[in-house]
Design a binder for this molecule. Structure first.
Ligand code: GSH
Length: 275
């Protein structure tokens, strides 16, 4: 693991690191904020379309509340990158580079590198555990948009590992919206069973459970009706008896002005559950 930068912030250290990933076959860059008095608890933050680790690191406003609560905050990239990594054939923003959708691709030419599920659930946690003073028994996961989809699907699948799950403006049912149809089809082909493992609403319909989920959603989000559709998550959680707190936030859009506004609420919510 190579240190790209380390800066003192709120009494702790905001780091950016790079390593050669076996999962993706590329170098991967991620950021870690270590607060001044780490409790050991880790909060994973998965970013959305077009993002790297840098968007939330620069604009997420998580450091003050992480310093206050002792949470270590980890932000991975959203896809493999580098020479030879295939991208969307038309260079579109919603597939390929910056748009890994937190799946292990089975379709060519993406299968070799686009293995963000394995990267985020196995390889990076092991690297973090080996290099930082963290307690693997106290992990929570959150994310924004495509990263909210990742947080929900990973949290629902590994519900004993991630003790708290939340999301900002998540894609809740990728099998039912254009971003998801393109991504799941492109990475996983026509395998409907594989799609259901990467769709939070389908996972809940198929029996996955969490005790509680916190979701914030801007009511003026330009992607609300077409891509995000939080009402589908609300219905699935109501049917399954999952305690979903879905907060529609009037006036807020999809941007980091929205994410940063509610970031402290989410970090505190995780800190309460992670101890
Ligand atoms: N660029 C896209 C929008 C993509 C977008 O809104 N991405 C969100 C995540 S889904 C984001 O966080 N973008 C980066 C940023 O705001 O820093 C468009 O042209 O419609």
């Amino acid at each position: 693991m190579e240190t790209v930068s380390e800066n003192c912030a709120h009494g702790g250290v905001q780091g950016v690191y790079r390593h050669a990933s076996a999962a993706t076959g590329t170098d991967m860059t991620f950021s870690v904020y270590v607060p001044p008095k780490p409790s050991g608890a880790i909060l994973w933050y998965l970013s959305g379309l077009t993002c790297t680790h840098a968007n939330v690191t620069d604009k997420g406003e998580f450091r003050a509340v992480c310093a206050e609560t002792g949470i270590t905050f980890v932000a991975p990239d959203t896809s493999p990158r580098g020479e030879g990594v295939p991208d969307d054939p038309d260079g579109a923003y919603d597939f390929g580079l910056g748009a890994g959708f937190y799946v292990d691709a089975t379709e060519e030419p993406f299968a070799a590198n686009y293995r963000m599920w394995s990267y985020v659930t196995e390889e990076l946690p092991a690297l973090i555990a080996a290099n930082f003073a963290v307690d693997a028994a106290r992990q929570g996961i959150t994310g924004h948009s495509m990263g909210g989809h990742g947080a929900l699907t990973i949290g629902l699948t590994h519900s004993s590992r991630y003790r708290s799950v939340s999301a900002f403006a998540p894609i809740v049912a990728p099998s039912q919206v254009p971003w998801g149809l393109k991504a799941l089809g492109g990475y996983l082909g026509n395998d409907e069973a594989a799609w259901r493992l990467h769709d939070a609403v389908a996972l809940i319909e198929d029996g996955a459970r969490l005790s509680a989920i916190l979701v914030d959603q801007g009511a003026d989000d330009q992607f609300l009706a077409g891509q995000l559709r939080p009402e589908l998550l609300a219905e699935a959680c109501a049917d399954a008896g999952i305690d979903l707190t879905l907060r529609m936030q009037p006036g807020y859009d999809h941007s980091y002005y929205f994410v940063s506004t509610f970031m402290a609420d989410h970090v505190r919510w995780h800190a309460e559950r992670l101890g």
